[in-house]
Design a protein around this ligand. Structure first.
Ligand SMILES: NC(=O)c1ccc[n+]([C@@H]2O[C@H](COP(=O)([O-])OP(=O)(O)OC[C@H]3O[C@@H](n4cnc5c(N)ncnc54)[C@H](O)[C@@H]3O)[C@@H](O)[C@H]2O)c1
Ligand SMILES: [Zn+2]
Length: 353
């Protein structure tokens, strides 16, 4: 088992290893366990037993599977359930599921009684290396991704690697996108490990790969908890990604969208004078095999890009890589964005430009 400390006030730790569900206990008399429907039967009972062994009384709430739970309607429904159960300020929310589950659950915890304790038990690779650490919580609006939310740090995270064994392989590879991104930003050996043949839920080096990817995120978050600066770098690849997700109504998953978005951002970075890292992002797409993009034109995508949270009144800003491990946030002229889009479509042999 590996333990990573997130150096915030208060500190919390992320445990990474196998068979951790049996060890999860929290110092709260009442716990609302919010579980993704896909793991409700496989993992929620085991987790509830462990929490109860630790002295908590647990109510289990099923969430719609995946991204469909990240709505204001589900948020409101859960707040009402917690109120009907008369949960008090000393109660806790524990989330069990992927990044969508932890985003929604964290936001429920952040808003119920103006904030109760939150713990995360991620069951996708993406949620382990990214979503469950750092305290960003929230839901989507029809107008765009993650447009509503709050910062609310978890008090503990348990990444139990055995839970990844029930993931569809494509979902595992989606999660590899954020792992790879953390490699590009700060630890290039992570990129090598993801691109090694056969990187999967059963890889021998999974614990160290997941731990190292979490460490990158934990370091950035500790230096910039509220995204005043450096933390925006974690959004590498996400400007196009969020636009693809919103445009396709989430038919393109977050991880797949980030795979595409990183390749676009690498093209843009090199056009803007940075090192050419596109061989890496292309190799990642070859590994990831993301869902094929629908026909898209720049004119249809651009309005979605303009809603990016890194945009300010002067326009959209992109995270670019000057080189491996050298991210920076920069405004990019529209003409260059379009040139990168054309190169992206040509490289991936996409029909529509
Ligand atoms: N808060 C953050 O800092 C942050 C960071 C990155 C991503 N995110 C968010 O995370 C979300 C994406 O997360 P994700 O990729 O985990 O997607 P997800 O939560 O939608 O899960 C993907 C799919 O896997 C299923 N699933 C989950 N665990 C499973 C298991 N162990 N076995 C079988 N099926 C399982 C889910 O039902 C879903 O269908 C996006 O909404 C994204 O915006 C948030
Ligand atoms: Zn992401």
């Amino acid at each position: 088992m590996t333990e990573i400390e997130v150096q915030l006030q208060p500190r919390y730790s992320v445990q990474v290893g196998k068979d951790l569900l049996e060890t999860v206990q929290v110092p709260h008399a009442r716990v609302a366990l919010l579980a993704d429907a896909a793991v409700l039967e496989t993992f929620a009972p085991k987790l509830a037993v462990s929490l109860e062994r630790g002295g908590s009384s647990v109510s289990i709430h099923a969430l719609p599977a995946g991204e469909t739970c990240k709505t204001l309607e589900t948020h409101a429904r859960l707040l009402s359930s917690l109120a009907q159960e008369r949960l008090t300020r000393d109660a806790a929310v524990v989330s069990l599921g992927g990044g969508a589950t932890s985003d929604l659950s964290g936001y429920v915890a952040a808003s119920y009684l103006r904030g109760i304790a939150f713990y995360a038990v991620p069951t996708t690779l993406l949620a382990m290396v990214d979503a469950s650490v750092g305290g960003k919580t929230g839901v989507n609006l029809p107008e765009g991704k993650n447009l509503v939310g709050a910062f609310h740090q978890p008090r503990g995270v348990w990444a139990s690697l055995d839970t990844l064994e029930t993931l569809p392989e494509a979902t595992f590879r989606e999660g590899a996108a954020e792992t790879f991104k953390h490699g590009l930003l700060a630890n290039s050996s992570l990129c090598d490990r993801v691109l090694e043949p056969g990187f999967s839920a059963t890889s021998a080096n999974l614990e160290s790969t997941v731990s190292d990817a979490i460490q990158v995120k934990a370091d950035v978050v500790a230096r910039d908890p509220h995204e005043a600066g450096e933390r925006a770098h974690l959004n590498f690849g996400h400007t196009l990604a969020h636009a693809l997700e919103a445009f396709t109504h989430h038919e393109i998953s977050h991880g797949d969208a980030v795979g595409y978005g990183m390749h676009y951002a690498a093209i843009l970075s090199s056009l803007a004078g940075g090192d050419d890292l596109t061989h890496l992002t292309r190799a990642f797409l070859e590994y990831q095999q993301p869902r094929v993009l629908p026909a898209l034109t720049w004119e249809t995508l651009e309005p979605f890009m303009a809603r990016d949270k890194k945009a300010d009144s002067a326009g959209v800003r992109f995270v670019l890589l000057a080189g491996l491990g050298k991210p920076k946030l920069e405004r990019v002229p529209n003409a260059l964005q379009l040139e990168a889009w054309r190169a992206f479509c040509a490289d991936l042999k996409l029909e529509s430009r």
